[in-house]
Design a protein around this ligand. Sequence first.
Ligand SMILES: Nc1ncnc2c1ncn2[C@@H]1O[C@H](COP(=O)(O)OP(=O)(O)OP(=O)(O)O)[C@@H](O)[C@H]1O
Length: 490
Amino acid sequence: MSFRKKVGQYTIEKVLGVGGYGQVYLTTHRKKQEKIAIKVSRDRETLMREYSFLKQLSKLDGFMKIYEYRQLEDDDYFAAELLGKNLSYNYNDRILSLECVCAIGIELIDRIEKMHENNIIHRDMKPSQFVLSADQKSIVLIDFGMACFYRVNGQHKEFKTRRKCRGTVSYASINNHLGFRQSRRDDLESLCYSLIYLVRGGLPWKLETYVEGFKKWKVVLNQKINITDKELFGDLPIEFSAMLKYTRKLCYDQTPNYSYMKSLMEKFLNSDKIWHYFDWLESPDKPRQRRCSQIVDGATTITKLKREKKVYERRPKKVKFSVKDMHHNKEMNNPDFNNIISEKFKSISKTTIQKHRHKHNLSMIDERDRKTSIDSHSDSKNSHLHMPNYANNEMEGFKIKKYKSKKSMRLYKVLSALDIDKIEKPNELKKMGSCSNSIGQTSGLLQEGSDECSTPKLELPEFKNRDLIIKARAIFADNSALENHRCLVF
Ligand SMILES: Nc1ncnc2c1ncn2[C@@H]1O[C@H](COP(=O)(O)OP(=O)(O)OP(=O)(O)O)[C@@H](O)[C@H]1O
């Protein structure tokens, strides 16, 4: 297999990153001998859109400088300023200090504010999109492949439901999970999860590796709703939870108070020179650096990454053989052939097999899986029977806490995660009646799925909190009815 050596007039030196839809290379311009980053993709439409957003922002401080866009025979590329490392693995595989993360937070809130002023929302904020500038003294926000305009001709786009869940599940906002069209608030909520990741070395959501596609979104939503402050924030100062709660409270089209958010982070810094606090820079008068308790047991944590790295390093090299070799061996009646094959299949883990089944929609053959699927199926048929009858409640100023049943407690948890303790129009709850009659109708929120969703027909009933989401969705469904409400949702 031959690797690509050049793109247009640039010679490729190494791969900087391979993402969802493109590859980023470190290259040298053959004539000017300049080091340049090149993003290459076959997805012309997305690459062009990203380029146009970057072009618009590139004149501002804190955004990547962007050069040319070229169309090639098989793919397209654009050239950009060469930046440093991204923050996804954290500096030196260690958790960052509290002060450093606050400094990063201030930088990023500033970038987000500028981006929002330009009518753009990012929709995929996460640590791998936070890249150090070449001098390592500032943070640059990259990857606008999923960005879009939230305001067109001065008008905010209207609120919509049943949208695809977009972005990266661990950092997605609750409203994104619920299928609501994203707006400025969602970038900020994702930023909060990213900062927690950086300062605690991970996020507490737990995911089995074989959970894929849209099911992953359901599992993580459940955890985001049910998690306690202690689990999520550990010994972090109260300002972090205040910031997350603030972003969750924002209305759909509300302009966030960026200064307030910055002020929460500034409490931990005494100097104006933000880069002073970056852990990766040495300075003689470096201020005190505090480390917070680390999350070690989550879907992605530094500890886990280190562990995996060690296992990977220790693993003996696999003997590779091609299909051609296999046929050859078979034809030659090689006595070792069967051993080789059985060894190879032994090394395929259960997870991989489950993944494969999942991908190809194969029936689950083990008894436990079969049982779950039967249970969930029967659940689906009778789902409307489980719906508590809220429809008769005509009381003004409906208090969520009033309902003590298990299901309403779950509803209460979603609403309190969104910081809503009162629904002003109890009549809205009537909609649940009609929603609950048809799984197809209600599952719009759930089935449209993520962009990662390769199996859009994932069974809705598998989601334990199905009722809860249906309810939340029903309550939020009517944008206009809730516009003037204290619950600040849309
Ligand atoms: N200008 C640059 N200079 C240095 N490194 C870069 C630059 N642009 C991107 N990278 C690196 O390449 C990685 C992938 O880039 P980018 O996020 O733009 O690609 P993507 O295909 O959209 O990825 P994903 O799907 O993971 O978001 C980044 O995390 C970053 O480490």
